[in-house]
Write a protein that binds this ligand. Structure first.
Ligand code: GLN
Length: 274
C-alpha cells in the first residue's frame, strides 16, 4: 500500500474511536521531520515496514486519546520551543494571549516577575526570551514539572529562578508582576473536559476546589505581602469566572483597578489587577 492508502485507512479508525484524525499526519510528519511538501511528494510511494509500524503505533495512541503534542514531545509557545510530556499541561493558545498582554502593558526593562504554577515554564520562558533584562522567577508545586521547566529554560537559553512552592509558601520576595495560569476547572465540571485532556493531562494542573477558584483565593490573599508598590497581577481565568475573580481581588486590593479581558474567541479569559 502507498502512504495515501495507509493514511486513509488509519484515519478512518481514528475517527471511529472518536479522536481527531488530523493528528496522525501532524504526529507522523513531526516524528519523521518531514515537511508537508516532503509528504505530498511521497504520497504514492509504497510504505516501508518501519513507517507502517510507526503509523500503526501512533494510531493506537491517538485512539486512546493520547494528545498529539505529547506524542511529538514538543510544542511551540510564543516563539519558544518547549518539551512537553505528561508531567505538565500542554500550553494553550489562550495563554499566549496573556503573554502578549503582559508584554504590551509593561515596557520597563528592570521588572521582577513571578509566574505561579509555571508547568512547562511556558509563560516564564516566553517573557524571559522577550525581556532578557527582567528578573523572572517561576514556581510550581510539582517537582516533576519544575524539572521539565528547568530543561526548557536551558534549551531556550534563558535565565529563570525556579522555586518549588505552593503559591507563596516558600517565596519571601516581592515582585512588580505576579502572573498565574493556575488550575481553574471546577471539580464538578469534570464531565465537560475533553477525553484527551481528562485521560492524559495532569489533574493537579487542571482542577481546583471551590468551583475552580481555590488558587485565585490564595493568590488574592497572599499577594498583598508579595506585590511591590504599583505592582500588577495578571491571571488567566476560566471563561465564566471573570466576575467572581474580580470580586476576590477587589476585597484584597480595594484601591486597585481590576479589568476583565476577553480572548480572541470573545470569552472572558484574563483578569488584570493594577
Ligand atoms: N484552559 C485549560 C483547559 O481548557 C485549563 C487550564 C487551567 O486550568 N489553567 O483545559
Amino acid at each position: 500500500m502507498n502512504y495515501a492508502q495507509v493514511f486513509s485507512q488509519l484515519e478512518k479508525e481514528i475517527s471511529l474511536a472518536g479522536a481527531e484524525k488530523e493528528a496522525l499526519e501532524y504526529v507522523f510528519l513531526a516524528k519523521k521531520k518531514w515537511t508537508k511538501t516532503d509528504y505530498i511528494l511521497k504520497q504514492n510511494d509504497s510504505v516501508p515496514q518501519k513507517d507502517y509500524q510507526l503509523l500503526v503505533e501512533i494510531t493506537k495512541q491517538l485512539k486512546e486519546h493520547y494528545p498529539a503534542q505529547y506524542l511529538v514531545g514538543e510544542v511551540e509557545f510564543h516563539g519558544a520551543r518547549l518539551q512537553v510530556d505528561k508531567r505538565v499541561l500542554i500550553p494553550r493558545p489562550e495563554t499566549e494571549e496573556l503573554v502578549d498582554l503582559i508584554l504590551k502593558e509593561n515596557l520597563e526593562d528592570d521588572l521582577s516577575v513571578l509566574d505561579i504554577g509555571t508547568g512547562s515554564g511556558a509563560i516564564a520562558i516566553a517573557l524571559a526570551k522577550e525581556k532578557p533584562s527582567w528578573f523572572v522567577t517561576a514556581s510550581d508545586l510539582s517537582s516533576e514539572a519544575l524539572a521539565l521547566a528547568k530543561e526548557n529554560a536551558d534549551n531556550n537559553q534563558v535565565e529563570i529562578t525556579f522555586s518549588q512552592s505552593d503559591v507563596f509558601s516558600t517565596i519571601s520576595e516581592s515582585f512588580d508582576l505576579i502572573i498565574s495560569n493556575p488550575p481553574y476547572i471546577a471539580k464538578e465540571a469534570i464531565n465537560e473536559v475533553d477525553s484527551n485532556v481528562l485521560l492524559h493531562e495532569p489533574h493537579s494542573a487542571l482542577f481546583a476546589d471551590n468551583n475552580g477558584l481555590a488558587i485565585y483565593e490564595k493568590i488574592a490573599k497572599e499577594s498583598k505581602n508579595h506585590l511591590k508598590q504599583n505592582g500588577k497581577i495578571y491571571l488567566e481565568i476560566g471563561y465564566e469566572q471573570g466576575q467572581l475573580v474580580k470580586e476576590l481581588f477587589e476585597t484584597s486590593f480595594p484601591s486597585k483597578t481590576i479589568r476583565i479581558i476577553k480572548d480572541s474567541f470573545g470569552l472572558d479569559r484574563m483578569v488584570v489587577i493594577l
